[in-house]
Write a protein of this length. Structure first.
Length: 134
């Protein structure tokens, strides 16, 4: 079952938000470099996004629902920015197709339209940012 979000942002709002996230990720990556734990990147990315006026929630637990039934289990979104942009924060040697599909699953089940998978373990951070659309 998908959630609905009352204040759906415009495409322009989302694109501006994506730009803020990318700029923030670049700042963090430039300072920390490659090889730090994903949790550290997430912590400092949250700080950079807050500086840019974004509302950031980390480790957001969401219920798992199937056919109207809910389990006691949850899935966890790494970061949720302004209640509309889902971020997957990685520090992996390689991004596998399952990483992208996992983010897409979170988008679908949470009722979100767009997500970014950010792998800080790339020499050029631009190569580590993947946009995922529901």
């Amino acid at each position: 079952m998908m959630e609905s979000h009352a204040n759906t942002p415009t495409i322009g709002d989302v694109e501006e938000l994506v730009l803020r996230v990318v700029t923030s990720a670049q700042e963090v990556h430039e300072e920390l470099g490659v090889g730090m734990p994903a949790e550290a990147y997430g912590h400092f990315l949250e700080i950079e996004l807050n500086k840019r006026g974004c509302n950031v929630k980390r480790n957001v637990r969401k219920p798992i629902v199937y056919d109207g039934s809910q389990t006691d289990e949850f899935y966890t979104i790494d970061m949720l920015v302004d209640d509309c942009l889902v971020l997957g924060v990685q520090a992996a040697d390689i991004i596998l197709p399952t990483h992208k599909h996992r983010l897409l699953t979170f988008l679908k089940h949470g009722g979100y339209e767009i997500g970014l998978l950010i792998n800080f373990n790339e020499v050029n951070i631009q190569d580590g940012i993947i946009r995922v659309i529901n």
